[in-house]
Write a protein that binds this ligand. Sequence first.
Ligand code: GRF
Length: 194
Amino acid sequence: MTEPAVARVGVLISGQGSNMEALVRGAGPVAGYEVALVLSNRPDASGLERARALGVPTVAIDHRPFGKDREAHEAQVHGALLEAGCTHVALAGYMRLLTPFLVEAWAGRMVNIHPSLLPLYPGLDTHRRAIEAGDAEAGCSVHMVTAGVDEGPVIAQARVPILPGDTPESLSARVLEAEHRLYPAALSDWISGR
Ligand code: GRF
């Protein structure tokens, strides 16, 4: 397959899609990528409407009819990504554990953003855990997606302070702002080989 001049990124979401919006706003010829598709496993994800308002094609592939057959759901997701001509995948609040099928299909071409300074705090509830540990700072990481959850090589990180009196909510808001700056820049640098 001949690579398009500008990478075509499929963004996978499950929720509000604020990182997806940051990726769309950061896209363009200079960034070296465009968002070709926004796909959600939840048909009611508010991020789908957000993507449509930004003029980006959307697809919802509900995981529920597939029950425990995660691979069958992923086969549909994979098909939709290929149909849209995607060359890369960016997970942005996609709340599904991936099977080896999708991880291997996009090996070296799929990244995720995680709201902690990996390898600290993989998984859920990162902000509460950072506060309870007495950490002085928190942050977010963009990493390659590999078989282990939040375990792939880190591409870029941004740090924010944890302030006295911070709650998981106040820290989450601070980290999310950092995510919106980090993700488009990290995606662009990675795709452009910088
Ligand atoms: C972000 O905190 C991201 O790091 C995590 O899920 C959240 C998604 O938020 N993986 P949004 O849907 O992009 O607003």
